[in-house]
Ligand binder design. Structure first.
Ligand SMILES: Nc1ncnc2c1ncn2[C@@H]1O[C@H](COP(=O)(O)OP(=O)(O)OP(=O)(O)O)[C@@H](O)[C@H]1O
Ligand SMILES: [Mg+2]
Length: 349
């Protein structure tokens, strides 16, 4: 069902992403690693899960999917991966020796074993073609140097293992996909697949198909797309409110915007954490609701905050850009990407 709110797992439920699925599969079969990027609710987790299932079903791969939300260091990463390997059915062929013992409950870490070495050993002892999906990969960014070392080592040593990464923060995605010369992944970057919103036609077709599945007659596709744009997560949420929960059109729309706002406010606050000039960012966002050209943004920001250094403003815009909150339409013209982001009252954050 298209309006099911869970991440999709089956190719048949994933609307309008055939090209992306085929491309991802071809890359993994060619032994490239993959990074799935894109803004919140654009369908990253769904694409990852569908691709992993296709690899299992059609190509005999083993697969582990791990959501790293809340996994902040490599030691927790090791624990969740071990548990996934131990619980996977059919079981994985993993021949570990040094840092592990194989007991009745499966593979266990030896007391005192070093985390980085153990992770490397574990991944390198996988003896079958396997895809390891790490979702919300930004969460381990605090451990990113060591994390990259583990990955660099596995890439060089075990061609049977393919990683698929995903997350909505470009910072980590970029460290993975465009590694600097000092990075262990330098010269072996994962392929970047950046998910974009549906275009107008695809968004309308998505709504139409979802309604048809539930035998609901509906003719307001245009209005929905005008208000929610092509972000599939919001369209799905609207469809679920309207066609599954049977709410009225207006209530479905306002509930979608309310739910969406909660997600995006959290996301924006998370982005602001640890930044010393939070007011600059919130002010830029509220100014961008009204104007788009660099010099107008500057004027708008200065009306609220007083003088702002050109360089500081450009850096802040760059950072908003890198985190998928805004887009650069052309040189010097910026736009808020998601209609839900336009609904937020940034002065109150
Ligand atoms: N191509 C698609 N066809 C149908 N439904 C989709 C598609 N892509 C995503 N969805 C739906 O949209 C919602 C968001 O999808 P998903 O969780 O995969 O996105 P995400 O980018 O991982 O989001 P987040 O940034 O919150 O992690 C879910 O309800 C999912 O079922
Ligand atoms: Mg996700």
């Amino acid at each position: 069902m298209l309006f099911d709110l869970h991440p999709k797992e089956d190719r048949k439920e994933l609307f309008g992403r055939d090209k992306e699925i085929d491309y991802a599969i071809s890359q993994l079969l060619s032994k490239n690693w993959l990074t799935i990027g894109g803004q919140r609710e654009i369908g990253k987790t769904s694409l990852m899960k569908v691709v992993m299932n296709e690899m299992k079903k059609n190509y005999g791969f083993k697969g582990i999917y791990v959501n790293l939300r809340g996994v902040r260091n490599l030691s927790s990463l090791l624990k969740v991966i071990l548990s996934e390997i131990n619980n996977s059915k059919p079981s994985f062929k993993v021949t570990v020796k040094l840092n592990f013992i194989v007991g009745s409950a499966g593979i266990e870490l030896k007391r005192g074993a070093k985390v980085v070495n153990s992770l490397i050993e574990l991944f390198n002892s996988i003896e079958e073609d396997a895809v390891i999906g790490l979702d919300e990969v930004q969460e381990v960014s605090q451990a990113s140097r060591q994390f990259l070392e583990v990955l660099g080592n596995v890439f060089a040593s075990n061609p049977k293992v393919r990683f698929v990464f995903s997350g909505s923060y470009i910072g980590v995605i970029r460290a993975l996909s465009n590694p600097s010369s000092s990075s262990p992944l330098h010269g072996r970057p994962p392929v970047l697949l950046n998910l974009r919103p549906f275009d107008e036609g695809t968004s309308r077709d998505f709504l139409r198909r979802g309604m048809e599945e539930l035998n609901i007659s509906f003719d307001k596709e245009d209005e929905v797309v005008k208000r929610l744009d092509g972000v599939v997560g919001w369209l799905t949420l609207f469809g679920n409110f309207y066609a599954v929960r049977k709410m009225s059109f207006e209530t479905s729309m306002s509930s979608t915007i309310e739910e969406g706002k909660k997600i995006m406010i959290d996301e924006f606050k998370h982005f602001l954490e640890g930044k010393s000039n939070k007011r600059l960012y919130t002010t830029i966002m509220s100014v961008l609701k009204v104007v788009n050209a660099w010099k107008d943004v500057k004027r708008g920001v200065e009306i609220k905050l007083g003088n702002v250094d050109d360089k500081e403003l450009s850096l802040a815009l760059e950072s908003l850009l890198n985190n998928n909150f805004i887009e650069k339409r052309k040189e010097g013209v910026y736009e808020i990407v998601d209609p839900i982001l336009r609904e937020i009252d940034y002065d109150k954050l």
